[in-house]
Design a protein around this ligand. Structure first.
Ligand code: NAP
Length: 261
């Protein structure tokens, strides 16, 4: 089934694309296919050539470096959004990070520094980006981020990232509550395991990927394209009645406690 969505009058900012495998890019591809104009922010100059390559020849795109934990960078980024677009319809937060040391050992041994870094980068930046976006967002505006089921159930080695994702999901509800009066919706997409750079830093990710596919009712993992499709639904007016939600796209893996053959 194909659904035609016309976003040619819409504008979006996608934060957190590292390469063509990034979930942020899977979402951007759907927005671009629908005619949306899209700006991209990337953390460091290291990623600039990749972003330039991905956006080459794509009308209405632009890129800007911004560390999401830097207030100065966010101020400059949203000034660029205002200059390029005048307003913003959609904000995509596709950012997550925890120091590797926090995911190798026991959760019990999480250091304050690793805790603060993981929660700052992976959860607080949604709040700060939404605050910077607020003056530019119009009625019908929509924000999505990416979360993972380790917020709800224990996933070995996910450790403090599970806590950060729980904070992100709670922040989604609080932001939705405050921005609803302005007609702006906020949701988070809980994606099943996908082979990206961020995923590679999770110890045992390969096993997690295989086991999720085995236990999922659909007998496979969800795909980045399916994440993009859900994001298109949630961002556009197709999802106009949905806000404050954590919406799963994981081929159903999260509903299973165990699978008996
Ligand atoms: P990805 O391609 O590595 O994207 C993560 C992005 O976050 C990278 O571009 C990274 O930049 C950026 N980032 C990290 N710290 C940043 C900061 N301080 N400022 C700005 N950007 C920063 O991996 P991904 O899997 O697509 O991750 C996107 C989101 O999906 C994350 O929230 C992740 O937790 C979530 N998610 C992923 C999966 C999965 O299995 N892949 C499942 C569920 C949810 P650098 O490369 O420069 O660090």
């Amino acid at each position: 089934m194909s659904v035609t969505v016309d976003l040619s009058s819409k504008t979006a900012l996608v934060m957190g694309v590292a390469n063509a495998r990034s979930l942020g890019w899977a979402i951007a591809e759907q927005l671009l296919a629908a005619g949306c104009r899209v700006g991209f922010s990337y953390q460091g100059e290291r990623l600039k050539p990749e972003l330039e390559k991905l956006t080459a020849g794509r009308d209405g795109t632009w890129i800007q470096q911004a560390d999401a934990t830097s207030e100065d960078d966010l101020t400059a980024l949203f000034a660029r959004v205002r200059d390029e677009f005048g307003h913003l319809d959609y904000l995509v937060h596709s950012i997550g990070f925890a120091p590797r040391t926090a995911m190798e050992g026991r959760f019990l041994d999480t250091t304050p520094d690793d805790w603060n870094t993981a929660l700052n980068v992976s959860a607080y930046t949604l709040v700060s980006a939404a605050r910077h976006a607020e003056p530019l967002l119009r009625e019908g505006g929509s924000i999505v981020s990416l979360t993972y089921h380790a917020s709800q159930q224990v996933v070995p080695k996910y450790n403090v990232m599970g806590v950060a994702k729980a904070a992100l999901e709670a922040a989604t509800r609080y932001l939705a509550s405050e921005l609803g009066a302005a007609g702006v919706r906020v949701n988070t997409i809980s994606a099943g395991p996908m082979r990206t750079i961020a995923a590679r830093s999770i110890p045992g990710f390969g096993t997690m990927y295989e086991k999720a596919a085995q236990s999922a009712p659909l007998g496979r993992n969800a795909t980045p394209e399916e994440v993009g499709g859900l994001a298109l639904f949630l961002l556009s007016d197709l999802g106009s009645g949905v806000t404050g939600q954590t919406v799963y796209v994981d081929a159903g893996a999260s509903i299973m406690s165990m699978k008996v053959e």
